[in-house]
Ligand binder design. Structure first.
Ligand SMILES: *Cc1c(COP(=O)(O)O)cnc(C)c1O
Length: 381
């Protein structure tokens, strides 16, 4: 396919690759674990063994490299395996700066396992650039990690500003862009070295695959360590999952734009609701990260928002118990709307307010979503 088509066109056709053997429009799923060696003992196909080599996996990676403007992408067996692969490419003793408010399982792994492995991790308020600047130590800090908008308060971090600080200090800079998606945000263009996605969420979009992805600006020595670790530790994505991801991504543009528009409609409606104390959504002018989000995102503010129930934690849990169209479940980014009492899953040490419900807006009618949630709020608070 000609490469001057828009990203939306390339995405809809998953790069438009046609299977040369059968002329199939939809790519086959390559399930083989091994490949024929040529009679003269070479491997001319470039494929040796299924752990490092799988064409279905590579097709999914090429779509992501196109979307992110990356020189290389690696998909993984989960978002967590993608994220931890970045930290495990460092060396014991290295210093890392990470956000105070971030995806809870990764914060938990950094606080416990990564520290036990030997990393020195400082957790800082990434919305306060002075604090970030003070935490990054030239030639000592090896990695700065940011998530924006970040779980579950949807605080926004200035990617370009942190990129400049990390570069000046000689540190790598990685962004978890799961919630922003490649449709609304381009961290590599803003100066990040690596962008990470839980592909379980918006990229796949149908709540039927666990997957992760890393895309890099430069295919350098650090990236080589990540690639080698993926192959050696086998943190790979299976071919069937890679196919499902490839299929899901074809509608990514459409889904994310619709979900963002619906999330804005809901946020605006709930902002003045008497039973709601606060609505956290970067698309609302009242959100502290609104202007920054408007600058570094385009096409919408994402499909994630949180509400704080005025009557408190028990009322929030009862509200979640009484929705009918919304599904009461963790995770996000699927076609079905999910709602979750976030403090219950994050547990001890979480910065999440106990009256908070996290909403992942799907593709249902926004009117139906509003009626259902307002009904549940009325019964229970
Ligand atoms: C879900 C999620 C992850 C972890 O991804 P998995 O695919 O569940 O391993 C990391 N970061 C963010 C922002 C997420 O939402």
């Amino acid at each position: 396919m000609e490469m001057n088509w828009s990203k939306a066109s390339l995405l809809a056709q998953a790069m438009g690759k046609i299977d040369e053997t059968t002329r199939a429009v939809t790519p086959p799923i390559h399930v083989t674990s091994t490949f024929i060696r040529d009679p003269d003992n070479e491997y001319r196909s470039g494929n040796v063994y299924g752990r490092p080599d799988n064409e279905t996996v590579r097709e999914a990676e090429s779509v992501l490299s196109m979307l992110e403007g990356a020189s290389s992408t690696l998909v993984f067996g989960s978002g967590m395996s993608a994220a931890t692969a970045v930290f495990l490419a460092l060396k014991p003793g290295d210093h890392v700066v990470a956000p105070k408010v971030m995806y809870w399982a990764l914060r938990n792994w950094l606080m416990n396992d990564a520290v036990a492995w030997g990393l020195n991790v400082d957790f800082v308020d990434m919305t306060d650039l002075d604090t970030v600047a003070a935490a990054i130590k030239p030639d000592i800090t090896k990695l700065v990690w940011v998530e924006t908008p970040s779980n579950p308060l949807w605080s926004v971090t200035d990617v370009a500003a942190v990129a400049a600080m990390a570069e000046a200090a000689g540190a790598k800079f990685a962004v978890d862009s799961t919630v922003a998606t490649p449709i609304l945000s381009q961290p590599l263009a803003l100066g990040a070295d690596i962008v990470m996605h839980s592909a379980t969420k918006y990229l796949n979009g149908h709540s039927d695959v666990i997957a992760g992805a890393l895309s890099t600006k430069r295919d350098d020595a650090f990236w080589g360590r990540i690639r080698r670790n993926r192959s050696m530790l086998g943190q790979i994505l299976g071919p069937v999952e890679a196919f499902l991801l490839l299929r899901g991504m074809r509608t990514l543009d459409l889904r994310v734009r619709t979900q963002s528009a619906s999330a804005l409609t809901l946020a605006a409606r709930f902002a003045s609701h008497p039973r709601i104390l606060d609505v956290l959504y970067p698309g609302l002018p009242s959100h502290p990260g609104h202007e920054l989000a408007a600058r570094q995102m385009s096409g919408g503010f994402g499909g994630m928002l949180s509400i704080r129930v005025r009557a408190g934690e028990e009322a929030a849990i009862r509200t979640a118990a009484n929705v009918r169209l919304w599904k009461r479940a963790t995770s996000l980014g699927g076609v079905e709307s999910l709602l979750e009492h976030r403090a219950s899953i994050e547990g001890q040490g979480s910065p999440c307010p106990t009256d908070l419900l996290r909403l992942s807006v799907g593709l249902e009618s926004p009117d139906d979503l509003i009626v259902d949630l307002e009904g549940a709020l009325d019964v229970n608070s």
